[in-house]
Structure formats: structure tokens, C-alpha cells
Write a protein that binds this ligand. Sequence first.
Ligand SMILES: NC(=O)c1ccc[n+]([C@@H]2O[C@H](COP(=O)([O-])OP(=O)(O)OC[C@H]3O[C@@H](n4cnc5c(N)ncnc54)[C@H](O)[C@@H]3O)[C@@H](O)[C@H]2O)c1
Length: 342
Amino acid sequence: MDKDTLNVAVVGAGYWGKNLVRNFAAAKRCNLKYVCDLDAKLLADQKKKFPFVETSTKLEDVLGDREVEAVVVATGVPTHFGIAEKSLEAGKHTYVEKPLTLKAGDARVLVELAKEKGLKLMVGHLLKYHPAVSYLKETIDKGGIGQPYYMYTQRVNLGVVRQNENAWWSLAPHDISVVCYLLGSEPVSVAAQGQCYLQKDIEDVVFATIKFADGKTANIHCSWLDPHKIRKMTVVGSEKMVTFDDMEATEKIRMYDKGAAIKHDITTSYADIISLRFGDIVIPKVPSGEPLALECEHFIDCVLDGKPIRSDGIDGLRVVRVLEAGQKSLKSNGEPINPEDF
Ligand SMILES: NC(=O)c1ccc[n+]([C@@H]2O[C@H](COP(=O)([O-])OP(=O)(O)OC[C@H]3O[C@@H](n4cnc5c(N)ncnc54)[C@H](O)[C@@H]3O)[C@@H](O)[C@H]2O)c1
């Protein structure tokens, strides 16, 4: 794009959309032109905070405005596909909150449409913009933990209890996107177990195991019925182990110089075949930055400068396939399901 400011509209100004409005209003190289919501009261609140924005309860007003170049969709998940499809059809670069859609088939349609129209399609996989995750990715890719073996994530708390989706769909998209990103491989099976305690057919707690094409494994534990607020991931590699604890104010990452090695030397005595190493624990300095602000600026920069998006439509599609496979597994008593079936 041969210009230096992007005209953006945010559709959906509810619980999460408000944060997107605030961040796009403050973002560099961005002109927040429109906020759209079905609820006129929410629009009035946003107009009070950002008097320069135009507001409308009608999506058509936003899509019909030729000055609007990019649309951010922060409505409920069942409406993502319809709104994103219209937005791309109208020639707008489109950012959709996670998860991209409810069905992998719909996500595929959006990916194809964006490609056909030469437009950017981004998915709000927020954690991929967390400076600590960027640090982990860089460390793993340059061999800082040796060969990554497996990882596990915990995203548990008491609430927010959703009524229209289970804990898997509500909480796991972030973790799925990060495990695929960090392990850098394609998921080939998802086996999920969970239970519905509070509401019929809506799982409050889910334990899911994802296996990857190259033998790596990840486990995701998500729940809104838990006494602890935990936002933590652990990656175990052949040389080192690393944790990312998002509840820590500053010391979010810890690198453990710990590991185990098998000696294949026939002269080694049986007792010495497995050697365990307990080395230093290092807390590296990680740059600060609000992930949502970084995510919004990434979208703007990629559209204006024609750069590839870190959480593009293909990534969104991959996450929806894993979600669908996990959902099927949940209802099949934990049977492993291949995401490629979706
Ligand atoms: N990235 C994150 O960490 C994060 C956190 C929470 C929610 N989310 C995502 O954000 C999205 C919104 O979730 P929420 O909790 O804010 O929901 P919400 O119900 O609070 O807000 C959705 C808003 O969309 C509006 N809306 C619905 N249909 C519309 C239409 N056709 N045109 C205009 N406005 C319309 C509703 O009036 C409502 O105000 C979901 O996709 C959710 O998964 C992301």
C-alpha cells in the first residue's frame, strides 16, 4: 500500500472490542474511523471516549464507506464468518478475533477469499504477540533448549463461565496457536477429556493432548472452575527446560539448565547409564509491551508495508481444525482425532 495511515473500523464494541477500539485509537499509522455495534448505548460510550470516531449500528455503513480500508471483527464467534466474508467481499483487509470461525470449512473459505482478493486476513491470536512468547520462539529456534521434546500449558481460573461455548473453545485457542508456533510442527492428533459440572453439555474443564507430525507432544489444561489463576507454559527440551508464567509481574521466563542424558557407552555401569543434570536457573530480561498494542500495530504494519502476518488466516484455520478435532474427541471419550479430518 502506498500510504502511511490505515483507516480502520472496529465492528463489535463489547467486552473485548472495547480494548481493540482503545488500542487502534492509540496505534501509530492508524486512523480509527468507525466503531460499529448493534447496541447504540455501547456506541454512545465509545463516542464519549473517542469523539473523532463515526459510529453506526449498521455493518453496511462501514462496508459501504470507501475510506475504510480495514475491518476488525470483535463480535461473538458464531457471527465471525458472515461478517468477515462480507468485509473481504467489500475489499477490506480483515482482522477477526479468535477463534476465526466455528467450522474449519468456513475458515478455509475466508482464507481462499482473502487470497483471491489480495487482502490481508489476520486472527487475534493474542499470545503470539506477547514479548515473552516472542522470546521463547527466538530461543527455541536458535537451539537454546536443544531439541524441543514436549510442552504443556495451564490456563485455569474461577470464571468467566460462558453459556454459549465450553472452556475448550473459550480458553484453548490461545494455547493451541502458541504450541503450534513454538513447536513449529503440524498437529496430527488431538485427544481431549473433559467434564460438564455447571451446565449441560458445556465442559468446564478440559485436558487435551496434541501430537505433532515430528513426534513432539503438547498438553493443554483449561478450566473456568479452578481455585487458582494460572497462566503458565513449560517447554522441555533435550538441553534445557523453560517456563513462561504470565502471572509473574516481571520475572516471566525461567530457563532451567536441567536435563537427562542416556549414555550408550558399553563400559558405563548400569547405575551411570542415565545422567541427570541440575544446573543454573536463569531469569532473562524480556522486553515489555502490551501484547494487544503490539498485535494491533503488527496488523497495521503488515497491511501498509505488505509484510506477512504472524497470525494469518492459515494459522486461524489450523487452530479451528484442532478445536473441532478436540470437540469431537471430547464427545468420543477421548478418542484421538486427526485435525486433517476437518
Ligand atoms: N483475544 C482475547 O484475549 C479475547 C478475549 C475475550 C474475547 N475475545 C473474542 O472477542 C470476540 C468478542 O467477545 P466479547 O466477549 O467481547 O463478546 P461481547 O458479547 O461482549 O461483545 C460482542 C459485541 O458484538 C456486537 N455485535 C454482534 N453482532 C454484531 C453485528 N452484526 N454488527 C455489529 N455488532 C455486533 C454485540 O452487540 C456485542 O456488543 C469473540 O470472538 C471472543 O472470542 C478475545
